[in-house]
Design a protein around this ligand. Sequence first.
Ligand code: NAD
Length: 346
Amino acid sequence: MARHVIVLIPGDGIGPEVTAAARRVIDAAGKTSALEFEWVSMPAGEAAIKTDGDTLPEKTLEAVVRHKVGLKGPVGTPIGKGFRSVNVTLRKKLELYAAVRPVRSMPNVKTRYENVDIVIFRENTEGLYTGIENEIAPGVVTSLKVATEKACDRISRAAFRYANRRGRKKVTVFHKANIMKITDGLFLKCAKRVWEEEYPNIQYEELIIDNGCMQLVRDPTRFDVLLMENLYGDLISDLCAGLVGGLGVVPGANIGDTAAVFEAVHGTAPDIAGKGLANPLACVMSGVMMLNHMFDTTHDEGCHKAAEKIKNAYNTVLSEGKHLTRDLGGTAGTEEFTEALLEKVG
Ligand code: NAD
């Protein structure tokens, strides 16, 4: 039986509820795939202020560095109290440069669109998120957009590598290089070079982002993998989440060369926290991404097998429609939905 260590960061609000549910489902799928998981639970967020006096204790960072993968619940950051943002600090300290968000139409989740299956690769470390802003004259302020060849190259390579491994056909780059000729120009140059030199087997497309947005809402099924810099990726990721039903069904990952942290897109949902009502699906789906990532990095077939089992389980539970949570139009709570998944995982 193969053994893998996963850092579990329960977080705040509904975080402990949804991560506990995901853990049970992953353990069950592991058992039937010759895998055993050791979960190392680490604090972060408001919960960690109480226990460790910091939103992101060093021991949590060290654990992710040591064990390389983490499953994280959402966290709250107290505003205006001098505490650092857990998500930004994790990304920066661990160089988690690729924000990956798959959006896929799910059975029984009704939206305006069908058959959406897009994966967004967002550069996570630079662009307009460097926070370099200045007042250069009274009433005149600037915000500095930074692009480096290193960062543009590695996010492009991550997107093409993913497309290649997962049998995806096309990578589309959204950009505004007609206006930001140098910064977005560099992003395009790097993406095109990685395509030409390393992945000519994948189709490559460049679209000015305003046109890209129009095409996305007209027919999202024409897209496969989307690649873009930080700010565009932030906006397009949420737009795409809306195409498939929003927060409850969208997983996410922040991936670097040496570590990766997986988490649902939704927040701590303080209105339903502790009530047993949270939908754990997005966290479970993030767990599936984690298992697939573990397969990519360790080549342990069991991880892929376990991921497929969980994916089939939630597709079936959603299709049957008997145990849907309230956000998806049902009446089930966290426990009932999790039990339904466990029954299918076997
Ligand atoms: P939210 O995602 O927490 O909640 C928005 C709405 O969606 C609420 O009505 C909530 O009940 C519902 N919802 C969210 N997840 C759900 C789930 N799994 N099942 C059922 N219903 C769900 O967004 P918000 O209210 O804007 O943010 C609340 C807190 O979460 C804030 O402190 C914010 O900073 C934090 N947040 C953290 C992360 C993160 O750590 N990754 C991400 C987003 C927001």
